[in-house]
Design a binder for this molecule. Structure first.
Ligand SMILES: Nc1ncnc2c1ncn2[C@@H]1O[C@H](COP(=O)(O)OP(=O)(O)OP(=O)(O)O)[C@@H](O)[C@H]1O
Length: 153
């Protein structure tokens, strides 16, 4: 498991954008990190490089936002509100099995519903500066290992 250090929101977006060029239909990206860690910022970069020009906002209240105007559909999920359960009835599988890229924030709250292969990206405040983040990649599955290797390279 390797870590990438970034020092600004722009750099976090750049990393998201790099991933956006590499993702394939059906890919699942989990974004972990505390409030304000940069999960949505990362997703904005990913969305931009997919060719989505709409402003990506956190789907905290809607749970899922779909964007269909890019190279691939983007399904942006924020399941923070499912801390106490209730995810079983939402049909999230349809997103995971779909042709788009699923990006899930706070995936620990739906861990029992997740497929077995994915790329987990954890963002953590680090260092002395407010804008410093350490980004750790954890790949499950060969395809996701390739994505992780490309992001780190
Ligand atoms: N290196 C950085 N990467 C990402 N965001 C940063 C960084 N440095 C500062 N920030 C700021 O931190 C905030 C991150 O907000 P963002 O909505 O992306 O976090 P989040 O993890 O999605 O939070 P939430 O769980 O509340 O949705 C933004 O205001 C952003 O400008």
């Amino acid at each position: 498991m390797d870590a990438i250090t970034v020092t600004s929101p722009a750099e976090t977006m750049q990393l998201g954008a790099k991933l956006g060029k590499l993702v394939q239909p059906g890919d699942l990206i989990l974004l972990d990190g505390d409030l304000g860690a940069g999960k949505t910022t990362f997703t904005k970069g990913l969305a931009q490089s997919l060719g989505i020009d709409r402003n990506v906002k956190s789907p905290t209240f809607t749970l899922v936002r779909e964007y269909h105007q890019g190279r691939l559909p983007l399904y942006h999920m924020d399941v923070y509100r499912l801390e106490d359960g209730g995810a079983e009835d939402l049909g999230l599988d349809e997103y995971f099995d779909g042709d788009g890229v699923s990006v899930v924030e706070w995936s620990q709250f739906i861990s029992e519903l997740l497929p077995t292969t994915y790329l987990r990206i954890a963002l953590k405040r680090s260092g002395d500066q407010d804008d410093d983040r350490t980004i750790t990649l954890q790949a499950h599955g060969e395809h996701y290992q390739q994505l992780a290797d490309s992001l780190e390279g």
